[in-house]
Design a protein around this ligand. Sequence first.
Ligand code: 4NP
Length: 158
Amino acid sequence: MKKSILFVCLGNICRSPAAEGVMRRIAQQEALDLEIDSAGTYGGHAGELPDSRMRSAAANRGYRLTHRSRKIREEDFDAFDLIVVMDDMNYEAVHRLAPSPEAARKIFRMAEFLHAHPGRTYVPDPYYEGREGFEVVLDLLEDGCRELAEYLKNPVRS
Ligand code: 4NP
């Protein structure tokens, strides 16, 4: 059955569009029938392509990021099966938007899927970081999205 996933960060120009790109490739490799999108809790970059530093770091790993930033909206809780947030601030903002307790149960933290990085409790915002920050984000997302794909094949929440 087709599943839909919405990745969420703050600006929707660094972490969540990168997660979208990473997950798209995994879905293709593993023939998973997924609808994938991303959004931000802050709408100040709406309409923009991902940050050029993230596009460049992602391109070096073969991901082409073409998403246009948008703000998350309440209807996203109807449209998506899972909403995967990058950090606790995103979690709080998305949780506040949830129209019901069942809707709130669709929210997951990316950190839940970081099996190769067990000490990490969030995906750090790279916006004010140097190059290395963007590489760290991609490392974490490649780990998390791989595990998320495993979860989708066998949905047991640990
Ligand atoms: P993102 O990074 O949440 O990973 O897209 C950020 C992008 C923009 C801003 C903060 C974080 N900003 O403050 O404009």
